[in-house]
Structures are given as structure tokens and as C-alpha cells.
Design a protein around this ligand. Structure first.
Ligand code: CO
Length: 137
């Protein structure tokens, strides 16, 4: 069901320092910061040839990464994102197997303009998992 790794998201306390680390120390291609108010984050995309790294920093009062950074002051891996062909079919399969989908279970449009769902970390080896439909909705 899951196929490509799309991205690994890393929550960081200092976006500028993280961008410099990936660009100047690791030698990666790093985007400008982009505010995504509907997701409560500012993100920098690190483009690798086979996947992306997303550096996430809280934006606004209700950011999903704020609590994570309170518990992990130095930052850390926040979630991994796998592609699926059909996100509704994926959700129904997971529900049938007893895995918990976060929120109301309806896919919403993620940071790349494609439908996404998040799966409960306790059901997936302690890792928050994002599923992203490979094509448009
Ligand atoms: Co993501």
C-alpha cells in the first residue's frame, strides 16, 4: 500500500540555524522559508534526489509542532510521509485493521496541495505517519 517516501519532517527551534546547517554544512539544496498558516508552521524544504526533508517551525498560536518542541527542545523527527495511490482506500484499509487515523478521518489538503491523513504514533512504532496521495484529489 505505501510506496515512495515523500518526506521526513524535522521540527526545529531555529529555522535559520537549521537552514544553514543543511545548506552550508550538509551541502543540500534548501528553499526559502514558507509560511503555511493553515498548517501552523513555517517550512523550509530540503530537496534530495529521492525525497525531501521538511524543516518545521511553529507559526501562530495553535501550531501542531509547538508542543513537540516543548518536549524536544533541540528539535527532532516529527513525522514521516509515505505516498499511497488512493488515500480513501488506504484509510478504509487501516480502519479495518484497527489503526487510528487522527482528526475526523477525512483527508485534507497538505503542504504540497495533495490529500493527506495522519496516523496515530502509538499504532506505528512511536512515529507519527503522514500518508499523502500521489496524485491530485
Ligand atoms: Co508532512
Amino acid at each position: 500500500m505505501i510506496d515512495r517516501l515523500d518526506h521526513i519532517a524535522i521540527a526545529v527551534p531555529d529555522l535559520g540555524a537549521a537552514a544553514s546547517l543543511y545548506r552550508d554544512v550538509l551541502g543540500a539544496r534548501v528553499s526559502e522559508p514558507r509560511d503555511l498558516p493553515e498548517h501552523g508552521v513555517t517550512v523550509i524544504f530540503v530537496e534530495l534526489s529521492n525525497a525531501r526533508i521538511e524543516l518545521l517551525h511553529p507559526l501562530g498560536d495553535d501550531s501542531p509542532v509547538a508542543g513537540f518542541l516543548e518536549r524536544n527542545a533541540a528539535g527532532g523527527i516529527h513525522h514521516v510521509c509515505y505516498e499511497v495511490d488512493d488515500i480513501v482506500a488506504a484509510r478504509d484499509r487501516l480502519a479495518a485493521k484497527g489503526a487510528r487515523v487522527l482528526g475526523d478521518g477525512e483527508p485534507r489538503i497538505g503542504a504540497h496541495g495533495k490529500p493527506v491523513l495522519f496516523l496515530h504514533p502509538r499504532d506505528f512504532c512511536g512515529t507519527l505517519v503522514e500518508l499523502e496521495q500521489a496524485g491530485e484529489a
